[in-house]
Structure formats: C-alpha cells, structure tokens
Design a protein around this ligand. Sequence first.
Ligand code: ACM
Length: 263
Amino acid sequence: MIAGFLQTNPVFGDIAGNVEKASAMITGMRADLVVLPELFSTGYQFISRQEITDLAEDIPSGPTTQRLIGLSRQRSCYIVAGLAERAGGRCYNSAVLTGPEGFIGVYRKSHLFFEERLWFAPGDTGFRVWKTAIGAIGIMICFDWFFPESARTLALRGAEIIAHPANLVLPHCPDAMVTRCLENRVFAVTANRVGTEKRGDKDRLSFIGRSEIASPHGQILCRASEEGEECATAEILPAQAQSKDLNEYNNLFDDRRPELYQG
Ligand code: ACM
C-alpha cells in the first residue's frame, strides 16, 4: 500500500483557501493513506479565545471534515488531518480519520504544547487505533512524540502505522521518530508544515518541515525539505509491523518488565 503526506504552509484563518490547496494536492497524488499537518485548515498561532471559537469546527458535521470525507470517497483513500474541533463548549486540537467508507474517528491531542494550553482543552479520547482495509492506523499529534508512552500505547493497541500530523518548531522530532518506529516496530508518517507565523505581539514561530515516513526497522523511507510545500509517498507493508520478534530470544512486547517501570 502507498502511504504519503502533505507538507503545507497554511494561511492563518483562511480555511477555504487552505482546504482547497490541500484538496488539489491530494487529488494529484496516488496514495492509499494521506496524512496532513496539525491544524492544516486554520493555521497554528491563535491569539484569542474568540478566534479559536470562531475557527474551530464540529466533527464530523463541519465543512472541513465533510470535504475530507468527499475526497476519501472520490480518491478511494484514507486521510488523517489535523483540525481545530469545537465540542461541548470546548475546543480541541484534533485529528480526523476518514476513508472510502466515510467518517471513521477523531483523536484529541493529549499533550498540549506551549500556548496551545490557552486555547485548547486537553484531549479526552485517549490513544486510538482503527483497523482499516489498509492496516491498523493509530493517531498522535505533534508534541505527543515527546512522550514515548504515546507511540508505545498506540503500538500496544495494535497500530501498524502511526499517523502523526504536526506543526513542529523544535528540531528533534524527525530524527526521534526513527527511534519511536524502531522501539515499537511500527511505521510512522509525520506530516509537518513549513513557513512562519507572527501574529499580534507574539514571537515569530518557524516550522521546520522535514515531514517523513519511517519504517519499523528505523529506515527513513522519504523525507521532505525544510521549506517547501510538497507531498511524498512511499510503498509500505503494514503487516511488517505485526511481528515484534527481534531475534529468537527477544520480543519487543514480551520482554517488557512493567513491574520495574514507574507510572
Ligand atoms: C506542537 O506540538 N505543535 C509543537
């Protein structure tokens, strides 16, 4: 199966334009799974509660999720995309999974980074894995990578592919994801954004690009540039993530010693 990502540079607040651009990119790709960046439709640097309330959408009834469902049906592909969700008087930094069968599910970011804590409620979905026709897909969002428990939990719950929408500003994640894949024997598709945002009197944020697809054996199957809007794909075999045997004596999951671990 073919997995891919979009690396985009959204214009803050221009949901229609950002969704249109991403749709055109997806339409030009041949992929079974496409991962889009975190908050791909709105941009990242919110500066007021009013702004986030105005730009967040209901999931799945909102226009962005509906558009992704339409694209998944048209292109016969699965899409994971990060967007701002409004639910029950709160806003979440969320990601949806859609497929040819329609809306599949939502994940709400567990570990909020920096000023996200001003605008978003901490995610309450937990780490979720969906068994689909192309493999078992788990989702985590950006800063979740800093907590190895995120990827570990997804792997223990059966994820073969970790879809990882991101808006990375720190430099470490692209290399760290190689370790996350190696220590959990999973594939990961990190879709990051590029460009900068400087809104109101906030400090300028620069996003690092370098979206990538990494394999259970720690290979980088493809990696994007630091600055360009681009898409890329790699052919993967999700079933390769199923065996956790390292050799005839060691198994990644069976050898764990949870009784020695804290928390
Ligand atoms: C991040 O979690 N967007 C850095």
